[in-house]
Design a protein around this ligand. Structure first.
Ligand SMILES: Nc1ncnc2c1ncn2[C@@H]1O[C@H](COP(=O)(O)OP(=O)(O)O)[C@@H](O)[C@H]1O
Ligand SMILES: [Mg+2]
Length: 342
């Protein structure tokens, strides 16, 4: 969307250099003696940027079909020639953080809670019971992510991975009406995929990375609604928990990398389950999000959602590196997530 406009805006703001170094194509490795066939192998597993190589372990690279250890060493070496592998000064890091943007939830109160909305270069997880608004929030973000917003945010495209078959394009039309934007344009900017197994969900991320690379700087948001549903089905036995958590950790690490590599926001929803230990610890809320410590640590910001009266819902910051543990009330309306009227 608006590729030209985006570029102009970025140039005006002097973002071009940063963005460019962020999206260095792995084709550049050719200049450092890596052949096209090997580059193609990397791309086939979704590694499309030099940064992506840096973010992948040698061991994982050796698992790519056709890449020997010797080749992997050469690739790593070449990548390190293109980007410094080491430290940034705090100043440089703060310059990099300037590219971080926020996507509005549709509710000002909710945005305030989050410090402006759903953040890029991070994973935001919303968990809550059935009908607490997770999917409605995901739909709303599909529209708001396309609109220019605060801090010179230009808007962009979205990828939506649906694991529960609850994505409804008609909802996007209703939400588009609220923001006075064209239906077809809104729908055109959302790439949708249904995932059928946890493995398929993982494979789709290769496609996501390739797409984000192909249209660098155009995609702003990746949604997975919900992150755990298929893992729950695929690893249902008691003895399978360890394997589930290992696979989950791989997926989350992949998501984290994608969010940083392409400067996109990653939004995932999550379910809850009864906590058998709760009665022992006198917890007020005897339910907890699934995914265990692996998901708890991977999510940059965790939001818990619960029901209020009627269409009202309450969001609470559960865990965030910079926001206090506050609450906000919002409403689910025909036009998506909004503020509670009073
Ligand atoms: N078109 C709509 N207008 C107003 N509210 C809606 C609309 N569609 C769904 N909702 C409300 O959204 C809630 C379901 O939220 P949802 O995001 O699907 O929950 P979750 O994904 O957390 O299970 C329901 O309470 C429903 O009334
Ligand atoms: Mg849902």
């Amino acid at each position: 969307m608006k590729a030209m406009e985006d570029q102009v805006v970025q140039e005006e703001l002097g973002y071009q250099d940063d963005e460019e170094s962020l999206f260095q194509d792995i084709d550049l490795l050719q200049k450092h003696g890596i052949n096209v066939a090997d580059i193609k192998k990397l791309k086939s597993v979704g590694i499309c940027t030099v940064k992506g190589i840096q973010m992948t372990t040698r061991r994982a690279l050796c698992n790519v079909k056709g890449l020997s250890e010797a080749k992997v060493d050469k690739i790593k070496e070449a990548a390190n020639k293109l980007i410094e592998p080491g430290f940034l000064t705090a100043f440089e890091y703060s310059e990099k953080r300037k590219m971080v943007f926020h996507i509005t939830t549709g509710s000002q109160e909710f945005d305030k809670l989050l410090g402006g909305g759903i953040e890029s270069m991070a994973i935001t997880e919303a968990f809550g019971e059935f009908r607490t608004g997770k999917t409605q929030l995901a739909h709303t973000l599909c529209v708001t992510a396309q609109l220019p917003g605060a801090d010179r945010y230009t808007g962009g495209k979205i990828i939506f991975i649906d694991t529960e078959n609850t994505f409804r394009p008609d909802r996007l039309r209703d939400i588009a009406d609220r923001f006075n934007v064209d239906h077809d344009a809104v729908l055109d900017n959302v790439l949708y995929a249904r995932a059928y197994t946890s493995e398929h969900q993982m494979e789709l991320l290769d496609y996501v990375a390739a797409k984000f690379h192909e249209e660098a700087g155009i995609f702003k948001l990746l949604i997975i609604d919900s992150i755990m549903a298929l893992f729950r089905v695929d690893f249902s036995g008691r003895g399978e928990l360890a394997e589930r958590q290992q696979k989950l950790a791989q997926m989350l690490s992949r998501l984290q990398k994608i969010s940083e590599e392409y400067n996109v926001a990653v939004f995932v929803s999550n379910q809850m389950t009864a906590d058998p230990g709760a009665t022992m610890t006198f917890q007020a809320d005897p339910k907890k999000p699934i995914g265990g410590h692996i998901l708890a640590h991977a999510s940059t910001t965790r939001i818990s959602l619960r029901k209020g009266r009627g269409e009202l819902r309450i969001a609470k910051i559960y865990d965030s590196p910079e926001m206090p543990e506050n609450e906000a009330t919002f409403a689910i309306t025909a036009g998506g997530i909004g503020d509670a009227k009073e």
